[in-house]
Design a protein around this ligand. Structure first.
Ligand SMILES: Nc1nc2c(ncn2[C@@H]2O[C@H](COP(=O)(O)OP(=O)(O)OP(=O)(O)O)[C@@H](O)[C@H]2O)c(=O)[nH]1
Length: 595
């Protein structure tokens, strides 16, 4: 019965306690015993546990009794990091309400605001929840005032909780039942369901997590995916649960559930697509479908050239689970054969690289990440560039367009000057500036490439860690940009080319070669490191020759020490790539991020 269903999400800034609260709600509903409750059931991936972040949205169906009435609560966990904001918006679209969690010792942060905008776009009932009230520094009254001021949300009705101790959590669940609206789909209409997550299970194959809006999905039904237009048979249906999923024959109107389609890949099961009945389809898909698009690209190369096929296999396997990764073979004069790989953002890139190395035992070199540029050529043709080295010669280019984002930043006013200076350095354009007590809320348009570079680290260090930041893409704009090449021992190293604003080309070039000089180890000969634009050299540094054998110091005496040194050298080599005669370490390919 729809009137006894409550679909809700939890939104919060990173570390404000979403996962902890989700675990506590699950426990309170008795879905998991204390013994089963390992540390944070909702974060299941190893890397999630290690880094303490939520990458994939997890959902769970819970039973709850209030005033003698049985309710089904569907808790839809959302990822916390900006890279995964697409999944946040799909998760929120599947709910009628959201708990807005704010840490009582921190207050509203950039991501709180960004997520609230998404929730408001989806007309969700927002329940303000102030967490961590067990901490001595908790200041819930100030935090509630801030929520009212920054978000304009009426906080007369609110919940004060400690997700850690469980204080206030039962009252919160009662509030969910009372205040989150029940779904009100048309039970007799053709099947209409939103895929809001999909993943790959080694036993069951591709799985789609859906929210049913109208009609129902039945076991054995032939369904159609409206965007990809493919049809599949429903092999099985389950209700989601982090430990023990429950089989069912039907997912009814207003419910969420997992659809087993018996497919060997995730291809075509795109998050955001609408699932309907193949014979009696609904007329309109659920709107707002746009597939998750990679925004950041980097070259990934095996250090040992014969591992190219292994890398391809590994990427194919990861893609089964994560359809947002894209990759195509590319070859680099400097690095050999590898793949140009697309990611949702920097964290996503780090996670994938780490998984490739850890789960597939590969030694990899990654080039500095770059955004996608659109180039209008003199002949009118428009091309997309995922790799700076693909940029056509200047006389073939009419305009280069670069992607922009809308950035939301919250910063204590004492650091406002630093942050505005940083944003100006990063070519930011101010849209909005509002005071929020002792903090300032800034909205800026920024070239995305500046964020891919070390914007976040700089923001943190210039504000002693007190600023918070979130962003969303807002399309392409023309830029005055040039390609900067790096030559090592006279040869252009394609994997080190970058695209820079014209007026910063010289200073960037100087800093880049300085950084490289420090990173390229001394060789047996002198190595020139130069920056050039076209054929003009704009900066140069020299790596002096080392002259001596590293083991020479050991006088041939202490063999264990000598072996250790050689071992160390070998370790060092693992992460080096020979470019011509010069060994270049991994760090050099990332050096551009630090200038
Ligand atoms: N003292 C105290 N600590 C809490 C409370 N709730 C969460 N924490 C701690 O705060 C930290 C972050 O909590 P998480 O639940 O991982 O935060 P999250 O919002 O899920 O973070 P992401 O999944 O990365 O977005 C953890 O160390 C928790 O133990 C609370 O009520 N009181």
């Amino acid at each position: 019965m729809q009137k006894n269903i409550r679909n809700f999400s939890i939104i919060a800034h990173i570390d404000h306690g979403k996962s902890t609260l989700a675990d506590r709600i699950i426990q309170e509903c008795g879905a998991i015993t204390d013994r089963e409750m390992t540390s944070q059931v909702m974060d299941t991936m190893d890397i999630e546990k290690e880094r303490g972040i939520t990458i994939k949205a997890q959902s769970v169906r819970l039973d709850y009794v209030k005033d003698g009435q049985k309710y089904v609560l569907n808790l839809i966990d959302t990822p916390g990091h900006v890279d995964f904001s697409y999944e946040v918006s799909r998760s929120l679209a599947s709910s009628e309400g959201a708990l807005l969690i704010v840490d009582s010792t921190q207050g509203v942060e950039a991501q709180t605001i960004a997520n609230v905008y998404i929730a408001m776009d989806n007309d969700l009932e927002l329940l303000p929840v102030v967490n961590k009230i067990d901490l001595p520094s908790a200041d819930p009254i100030r935090v509630l005032e801030e929520v009212e001021e920054a978000i304009g949300l009426d906080c007369t009705l609110h919940n004060l909780i400690s997700a850690k101790t469980g204080l206030g959590v039962k009252d919160l669940i009662d509030a969910i039942v009372d205040r989150v609206p029940a779904p009100n789909g048309d039970e007799d209409a053709p099947t209409k369901a939103l895929i809001y997550d999909s993943w790959f299970d080694n036993y069951l194959g591709a799985l789609a997590l859906v929210r049913v809006y109208d009609g129902s999905i039945k076991k054995g039904q032939k369904i159609r995916l409206m965007n990809t237009k493919v049809e599949h048979q429903v092999i099985g249906l389950m209700y989601p649960h982090p430990l023990k999923r429950q089989d069912t024959l039907e997912i009814k109107t207003g419910e969420i559930g997992i659809v087993v389609l018996g497919l060997k890949t995730l291809d075509g099961i795109a998050v955001g697509d609408t699932m309907t009945d193949a014979k009696n389809p609904t007329l309109e898909p659920i709107d707002g479908f746009e597939p998750a698009k990679p925004f950041v690209f980097a070259g990934i190369y095996p250090i040992e050239t014969d591992k190219f096929e292994d890398l391809r296999d590994a990427l194919n396997k990861l893609k089964l689970n994560d359809s947002s990764i894209s990759f195509e073979p590319e070859s680099s004069a400097a690095l050999g054969s590898g793949f140009r790989t697309g990611f949702l953002g920097m964290l996503h890139m780090e996670v994938i690289k780490e998984r490739l190395e850890r789960e597939f035992d590969l030694d990899l070199i990654a080039t500095a990440p770059t955004v996608v540029y659109k180039v209008e050529k003199s002949n009118g043709e428009v091309i997309e560039i995922q790799n700076p080295s693909e940029l056509p010669e200047p006389n073939y280019i009419k305009t280069i367009f670069e992607p922009y984002v809308k950035a939301t930043i919250l910063v204590p006013d004492e650091f406002l000057g630093n942050v505005i200076k940083l944003l100006n350095d990063k070519r930011g354009i101010q849209i909005k500036m509002d005071y929020l007590g002792k903090r300032v809320l800034l909205e800026y348009d920024l070239p995305m490439n500046e964020i891919v570079m070390d914007f976040y680290d700089k923001l943190k260090s210039t504000t002693k860690g007190y600023a918070s930041f979130d962003y969303e893409p807002v399309g392409f704009r023309p830029g005055n940009l040039k390609k900067l090449d790096i030559r090592v021992a006279g040869d252009v190293v394609d994997a080190l080319s970058i695209i820079v604003p014209d007026d910063k080309a010289v200073s960037k070039g100087r800093e880049f070669v300085k950084a490289l000089k420090e990173l390229i180890p001394r060789q047996l000969f002198e190595v020139a490191v130069q920056a050039s634009i076209g054929s003009t050299v704009i900066a140069r540094e020299t790596v002096k020759s080392m002259g001596k054998n590293v083991t020479a110091k050991c006088y041939g005496g202490d063999i264990t020490r000598k072996r250790k040194l050689l071992e160390k050298q070998k370790e060092g080599k693992k992460r080096m790539k020979a470019i011509g005669k010069v060994n270049v370490p991994q760090e050099a390919f990332m050096a551009v991020l630090k200038i």
